[in-house]
Design a protein around this ligand. Structure first.
Ligand code: UDP
Ligand code: MG
Length: 309
């Protein structure tokens, strides 16, 4: 039996990209020796993408629609893709064609060499703002530095994963998700393949700054305790300063030196430490809220209409 590939694309208001996506995936996949399915996960679109996806599924049974009951977010849509995929290898790809489907054969070639996770690395980015590129570059480097897993720099969700890997990922039902971190965390044989990230085919980015910030927080809290530990370091540093400052001030007073008498000094110290404490209360809150969400144990997503599993 021929191998089967699953191509998964999360879709949030991508009406003008759907036909192009389908055609290019079909074109590319017809050049491989396997069969394929294209799983289109509709993440609560409101621009008519839903209807178009269902039409496409009617015309070609290799297109399998998963329609969410509302917008659950890109990461959750990817998760649904893992859940519904039936292929031996699963490829996650953006629907806006920033990840060129033409790169899929290269990913497949590495998979055939025995690699179980083949991630595409952005060697170049086209048509994105200076702000997006800078924040993205900074984000990847910070995450790389402070998390405990080795998350490759400049790789997004565009990747191919072996069935074995997908089966492991399916058991990881955490709510605040960072799929590329999760797929690094599982281990297996991994390799990067460079590619040129294209400009969006049509439409605008669905990742405004607040969503990027949320994703960054998921990445950091999901894979590191560093922000929590920071409070400890800060506490030691502040206590250290106090231990040195107390005898210094006492001696200065005894010798009649008039330093540190002002109210301003006190105010600054109070404001500074109060600020630091509030910040770390917030950090605690970030972790606490996430624990609360996990404990509720709600389903990760709700499907209004899906294909047979
Ligand atoms: N997306 C989604 N749900 C969302 C936001 C985005 O499924 O809430 C999809 C979107 O349709 C696209 C992919 O995730 O296929 C990446 O989004 P986008 O291209 O807007 O992000 P960017 O490339 O600008 O980082
Ligand atoms: Mg995009």
């Amino acid at each position: 039996m021929a191998v089967m590939f699953s191509i998964v694309a999360p879709i949030y208001n991508e009406l003008d990209n759907l036909s192009e996506l389908y055609q290019r995936v079909r074109e590319v996949m017809s050049g491989t020796d396997g069969t394929w399915e294209l799983i289109l996960v509709d993440d609560g679109s409101s621009d008519g993408s839903t209807r178009r996806i269902l039409e496409m599924a009617k015309d070609d049974e290799r297109v399998r629609p998963v329609i969410f009951a509302r917008n659950f977010g890109h990461q959750v849509a990817i998760t649904a893709g893992w859940d519904y995929a039936r292929g031996e290898a699963v490829v996650i790809i953006d629907a806006d064609l920033q990840d060129p489907p033409e790169a899929i054969p290269e990913l497949i070639a590495k998979w055939r060499e025995g690699y179980e996770v083949v991630y595409a690395v952005r060697a170049e980015r086209e048509g994105e703002t200076w702000f997006k590129k800078t924040t993205a570059a900074l984000f990847y480097r910070i995450v790389h530095r402070i998390t405990d897993v080795n998350i490759p720099v400049d790789s997004g969700d565009f990747r191919l994963m072996d069935r074995k890997v997908v089966e492991v990922l399916k058991t990881m039902r955490e709510r605040h998700r960072f799929p590329r971190g999760m797929s690094a965390w599982v281990g297996f044989r991994q390799i990067g393949v460079p590619y040129k990230r294209a400009a969006r085919h049509a439409g605008v980015t669905k990742y405004p700054f607040n969503k990027m910030l949320k994703l960054a927080l998921n990445a950091i809290t999901g894979f590191s305790y560093f922000p929590l530990q920071l409070a400890t370091y800060f506490g030691f540093a502040a206590a250290g300063v106090a231990i040195i400052a107390i005898p210094v001030v006492i001696i200065m007073r005894l010798v009649g030196h008039g330093a540190f008498l002002g109210q301003a000094t006190t105010l600054i110290a109070v404001l500074f430490l109060g600020g630091v404490q509030l910040i770390f209360l917030g950090v605690l809150g970030e972790y606490l809220g996430r624990i609360y969400d996990e404990v509720k144990g709600r389903p990760l997503y709700i499907v209004r209409q899906g294909p047979d599993k």
